[in-house]
Design a protein around this ligand. Structure first.
Ligand code: FAD
Length: 492
């Protein structure tokens, strides 16, 4: 079987059937993707397969992502419905020198060689609740909204994405922060079987295989929470920062969290200092904490509302950053020890000038996500692959653009702003930040070493052990087909 497929692949190295389309296929590996599809079917894959030659209709829909510039051009997009079909796909890829990328919520993007098979996990979307153990089991293709919609009606909530559309797959492997992180910490369950694989999943960027199902601890619904947005004028920023540092953070418990954001909302696109609060408690408690944000500084707009469960909270930011046309995005992310006013003021100045001068990029934002730091720091840094366990907040610098022409500005903005913030962290704490996004995921760079600290070597070792051919692509893996070919050539 193996040799039949490899020989068949020789025959697949011909031009795309539709020669008028321009793909990023390497000259060395032009592929007839219709034949690849046929070969995968012959190998036993029986569910839907969309091939690159199916452009524009089905293929365009199949590669669609949260951000247009994160879309790769995989050879095939497959929609497995069973674990067997995933196994067949992985085996086919390994035997035929294809690489695999996995899609869950589609909010991120892994580097995708033209010889990639994208495994779309959308059919793995069941959500089960075990009320006795308070555990939720959900498929590796769910988004968090789908999980909340099943858990919340039976009175449970989970440490999950703040926004409903984020996929559970990418969130567990490359995110992990929640409005509830301050209360319950990050995801902490453990696994007796394959502990190395389990360790690497949490923050290791899904580079070792396809995760078909997660089981996570849930908690009784903590009750109503204030969420939404308070908007302040630019000239109030210093006051807002003082208020947060002098009055909010000192009394903040695990019941409260917030995101401080710099945004330009349509239709006016004026710069706004936004506070997105999350305050859980009864009416009197919510009013007491909210008054910190409103009694001495009058917000320009108050779009806060009471949400009764995570479904409502996760829809709290719907539309807030919806700048029409800003469909191309790049993130620079960095942990920070504190919300230092001088750091935030400098980031504001950069963001304000940039978004004023490059209208095509005015959807760009800076967000300081300030969840309570105590629980996050309650595990040692080697407990999970993502090693940031020192008390921290994190900054998200998202550059957006409307056309490929201005991508470079968006990228420069995201990178430079994250660097600026990281420099403040270094000056204040004497330690480098942990960064991710924007090329920070190459295991051979110094930034990666800082970000993963002592976990770097273990991750690299596990990659060698569990994916020696580099079949799985991920932001971390960076293994392209050429790396794979080089390895195979070496082995000859
Ligand atoms: C609007 C928005 C809000 C966000 N909010 C939060 C937040 O509150 N907290 C937070 O921590 N992060 C947040 N993030 C970041 C988010 O966690 C990451 O972007 C994450 O990678 C998105 O996951 P996804 O499944 O949607 O993306 P995808 O692009 O589908 O997946 C990203 C990568 O994860 C891996 N992967 C996904 N599914 C699987 C699987 N089943 N098996 C193996 N590997 C898999 C693959 O390597 C894939 O390339 C947010 C991002 C956005 C755009």
């Amino acid at each position: 079987m193996v040799s039949t497929l490899i020989n068949a692949f020789e025959d697949l190295r011909t031009a795309e059937p539709n020669g008028s389309l321009k793909f990023r296929t390497s000259a060395k590996w032009p592929i007839n993707t219709d034949k690849v599809r046929q070969a995968l079917k012959e190998a036993g894959f029986s569910s839907k397969i969309v091939a690159r030659c199916d452009v524009p209709n089905e293929y365009s829909a199949a590669i669609y992502r949260w951000a247009e510039n994160l879309q790769g051009l995989p050879a095939l997009v497959v929609y497995p419905e069973t674990e067997d079909q995933i196994s067949i796909t992985v085996k086919f890829a390994a035997e035929n020198k294809f690489t695999i990328s996995v899609r869950c919520g589609g909010h991120n993007g892994a580097p995708m060689a033209p010889e990639t098979i994208l495994v779309d996990m959308r059919h793995f979307n069941s959500v089960k609740v075990n009320q006795e153990t308070c555990q939720l089991t959900f498929g590796g293709g769910c988004n968090w909204g789908e999980v909340y919609e099943v858990a919340n009606p039976v009175g449970l909530e989970a440490v999950g994405g703040g926004y409903w559309g984020v996929g559970v797959g990418g969130w567990h492997t490359g995110g992990g922060y929640s409005w509830l992180s301050g209360k319950h910490g990050m995801v902490t369950a453990s696994e007796a079987e394959n502990p190395d694989l389990f360790w690497s999943i949490r923050g290791g960027h899904g580079q070792l295989g396809v995760i078909t199902e997660f089981t996570t601890q849930a908690y009784p619904n903590g009750g109503q929470a204030l969420t939404g947005m308070l908007g302040y004028r630019p000239d109030q920023l210093s006051q807002v920062l003082d208020m947060l540092n002098e009055r909010f953070f000192p009394v903040r418990t695990s019941q409260e969290s917030l995101v401080l954001g710099f945004v330009r909302c349509p239709p006016h696109y004026q710069p706004v200092v936004a506070i997105m609060p999350w305050i859980q408690g009864d009416d009197a408690y919510i009013a007491k904490i909210k008054s910190i944000f409103t009694d001495t500084i009058q917000p320009m707009v108050d779009r806060t509302f009471i949400a009764h469960d995570q479904v409502q909270v996760s829809h709290g930011a719907d539309g807030m950053f919806a700048v029409p046309g800003a469909k191309r995005k790049v993130d620079g992310l960095t942990t920070i020890g504190d919300l230092w006013p001088e750091m935030a003021l400098e980031a504001w100045q950069k963001w304000e000038e940039y978004t004023a001068n490059v209208p095509d990029c005015r959807g760009s934002v800076v967000l300081f996500e300030c969840h309570s730091r105590v629980k996050i720091a309650s595990k040692p840094s080697d407990a999970t692959a993502w090693g940031a366990r020192d008390p921290h907040y994190y900054a998200v610098c998202t550059g957006t653009s409307m056309t490929p022409v201005t991508d470079q500005y968006a990228e420069a903005f995201a990178l430079e702003t994250a660097e600026l913030i990281a420099a403040h962290h270094l000056a204040k704490t004497g330690k480098p930040t942990r960064q991710w996004g924007l090329g920070r995921m190459n295991p051979d760079t110094q930034e990666f070493t800082y970000s993963y600290a002592t976990n770097r070597d273990r991750l690299k070792q596990l990659k060698e052990e569990y994916d020696p051919l580099g079949v799985f692509q991920s932001p971390l893996g960076q293994q392209t087909h050429s790396t794979l070919l080089a390895k195979l050539d070496k082995g000859k």
